[in-house]
Ligand binder design. Structure first.
Ligand code: SIN
Length: 299
């Protein structure tokens, strides 16, 4: 089998296929299961400074093209979450803690209160008042949050960017200027669905974030634009469901890919993607690094 091992955003990984934040990373057991299923790294559900119940239900609308969620960042607070990270670590792969806060100080104090292999800063949730994209759509905020966290931790810091902006590259450059080790693109696209019988929005929060196959072409374009402009690695997320999608992301410039919505099919998705990627490389006698950014060629 072709080796898929290498460095991604300051972490040495067995393979570049990771569990995305939010989907299954709510417990140490689920992080460990993703590791056992072959993931190269796992990202936790986002945690904040105080416990949150999240938005009222319904919190998910399944669609043929993906799903819309408005979970509302439910979490037990970072103080209650270290144990889950520690259990996740027994899977033997890096555990990346996804964190959110309302300002640079809150982000920095959460990061300094947790032990993880890296941090992913959620500056992109499209449906939580005071958090996520409410800060992350402003380059100055992205830069100052990143800088504040970098000043307090000694592990890599990734910044997950919002696509709900006119120019994702300026957000990526702000993360880079703040000292980020990588950016992750993209979080969900702000979306809504309406029940035509009642005439009400389906989600308890009225709107949420669209993920899954529908957003993959947007994610590929964002990865391409970011990879063309930034010096730091870009990690692709958004609708990756099979090895072909993963290769597309890597050809757009991604150093790694994160899997979220596709895990509705089960943990076996990791193995399918890793085997497909490896077989593709072997068939073509290529290394992973040969694929990266291939779509940027002009000749
Ligand atoms: C949520 O928990 O509300 C989803 C998180 C996100 O969209 O970043």
């Amino acid at each position: 089998m072709s080796s898929l091992a290498g460095e991604v955003g300051g972490l040495i990984l067995e393979n570049p296929v990771m569990l995305a934040a939010g989907i299954l990373g709510t417990t140490g057991a689920s992080l460990r299961r993703a590791a056992m299923a072959g993931a190269g790294a796992v990202v936790t559900k986002s945690v904040g400074s105080i416990p949150r119940d999240g938005h009222p239900g319904p919190t998910v609308v399944p669609l043929d093209i993906g799903l819309i969620n408005a979970m509302g960042l439910p979490n037990p607070s970072y103080r209650e979450f270290q144990e889950e990270i520690d259990i996740g670590k027994t899977g033997g792969i890096p555990v990346v803690a996804s964190i959110f806060g309302a300002d640079p100080d809150e982000f920095a104090s959460i990061a300094s209160g947790l032990t993880a292999d890296a941090f992913e800063l959620n500056l992109s949730c499209p449906h939580a008042e005071k958090y996520g994209a409410e800060l992350g759509r402003y380059p100055e905020a992205v830069q100052s949050v990143t800088k504040a966290v970098k000043a307090r931790v000694r592990v890599p810091v990734w910044v997950k960017l919002t696509p709900n902006t006119a120019d994702i590259v300026e957000l990526g450059l702000a993360a880079q200027d703040g000292g980020a080790d990588a950016v992750v693109a993209i979080n969900t696209l702000k979306a809504m669905a309406i029940d035509i019988e009642s005439g009400y929005p389906i989600l308890g929060n009225r709107f949420g974030g669209l993920s899954g196959p529908a957003i993959k072409p947007v994610a590929v374009r964002c990865v391409y634009d970011l990879s063309s402009a930034l010096d730091i690695p870009v990690i692709g997320a958004g609708g990756v469901s099979c090895f072909v999608d993963a290769i597309e992301m890597i050809m757009a410039g991604a150093s790694g890919v994160q899997i979220g919505t596709a895990l509705q099919r089960g943990y076996g998705v990791f193995g399918e993607i890793i085997e497909g990627l490896s077989a593709y490389l072997e068939r073509r006698s290529m290394r992973l690094s040969d694929l990266r950014g291939l779509a940027m060629r002009r000749t």
